[in-house]
Design a binder for this molecule. Structure first.
Ligand code: UT7
Length: 343
């Protein structure tokens, strides 16, 4: 090996720039969605309820929702969303070592959806599978847990899938809730790399004193909600948590390319965005198409945003959600960031 030439006055020693130590951070590298074939319009609902397309659009922004038909199951829909997310990420099912399915409406009380999904997509039997219930904040809580598993080295490739059938817990005779909900599944692939941003620091919160404002009782199995109370808290908590997550990441609103909040009501999203100072063109609305699918709304909106060209690789996204509990979460994610794969 050649000896290093000694420094002279003519050739001053220049210390080589310290190489940035690769840090294994988790990021999102693929997204996929699957919706039931049955589409229900506001006019369809107005045929059997005292409501109208005009009221629903004006108060919620919802125009259509997808519903499972009859005894159609959720697991095949979730599996399809996972297959599409893996294809989008260029990954194979045998690379997946953890699957988290967020749901409040599994096909059976037990087993959960995640083991069934693993079987349907053909994951190795060594895969860790678990369902997670954090209501409408479930996808963000699971994303944070997936990032932790990848960054700690306990997992390499994690599927985070949100799969919900809100029609199973909707009182179809109560117009104040019957028009609000839909069914659907969407998934992302979380993996590690030497990333600048990846899945940033998340901010979470819990207020159990609000449990009775939004719940499904074990006997009745129908969703009951104090709409205006949930509305007010959703705006306030999502604004606070988004602002806190931006601060934790050293970012401002100007750094955000797209704001993807839980899609319960377009007015909630637009009010929160306005309070944050987020311009309209950076606000993702998908509630018009899918209505409120609980934990599935955010990944469904991400899939649509990518398909419609609103999410390019490297985009910076602010995510926020509030749901039953109350539990809420917000965080900043760099979309499909180019990664140097860490060992
Ligand atoms: O995913 C979990 C998080 N969930 C949420 O974030 C949902 C939060 N809440 C909301 O989005 C809204 O509160 C609702 C969409 C649920 C309700 O909208 P609102 O603007 O708060 O309406 P409201 O409850 O104050 O009701 C206004 C009126 C009432 O009539 P009166 O008392 O003024 O005569 C309701 O009976 O609208 C009536 N109404 C309806 N009218 C036609 C309620 N539902 C309907 C309906 N069609 N479907």
């Amino acid at each position: 090996m050649a000896a290093t030439a000694p420094a002279t006055a003519a050739t001053p020693a220049v210390a080589p720039a310290p190489r940035r130590r690769p840090t294994r951070r988790a990021g999102i590298f693929g997204v996929g969605a699957a919706l039931p074939g049955k589409v229900v319009t506001n006019d369809d609902l107005a045929q059997r309820l005292d409501t109208s397309d005009e009221w629903i659009v004006r108060r919620t922004g919802i125009r259509t929702r997808h519903w499972l038909d009859g005894d159609e199951q959720l697991a095949p829909l979730a599996a399809e969303a996972c297959r599409r997310a893996l294809a989008d990420a260029g990954r194979e099912p045998d690379e997946v070592d953890r699957i988290i399915v967020t749901t409040i409406t599994p096909d059976r009380l037990t087993p959960g959806l995640a083991p069934t999904v693993a079987g349907l997509i053909g994951c190795p039997t060594s895969v860790v599978t678990a369902d997670l219930n954090a209501a409408c904040a479930g996808f963000l809580v699971a994303l944070d847990e997936a990032a932790g598993a990848v960054e700690s080295g306990r997992s390499d490739v994690v599927l985070v899938c949100a799969a919900e059938a809100l029609t199973r817990i909707t009182d179809r005779d109560d117009r104040s809730t019957a028009v609000l909900f839909g069914d659907g599944a969407a998934a992302v692939v979380v993996a590690g790399g030497d990333l600048e941003g990846g899945i940033g620091r998340f901010v979470h919160g819990t207020d159990p004193s609000m449990a009775d404002a939004l719940y499904v009782g074990i006997e009745e199995r129908l969703l009951r909600m104090e709409g205006q109370t949930v509305y007010r808290h959703a705006v306030a908590r999502m604004v606070e948590a988004t602002a806190a997550s931006l601060a934790a990441s050293g970012l401002t609103i100007d750094d955000i390319d797209l704001f993807v909040a839980h899609q319960a009501n377009a007015r909630i999203i637009q009010t929160a965005a306005a309070e944050l100072g987020m311009p309209d063109e950076k606000v993702m609305i998908d509630v018009d198409r899918c209505a409120n699918t609980s934990s599935a709304t955010i990944p469904l909106a991400l899939e649509r945003a990518q398909r419609e060209g609103r999410l390019a690789p490297g985009a910076t996204i602010a995510l926020a959600a509030l749901g039953a509990g109350f539990v809420w979460s917000a965080g900043v994610v760099r979309w499909k960031e180019r990664a140097h794969v860490c060992a």
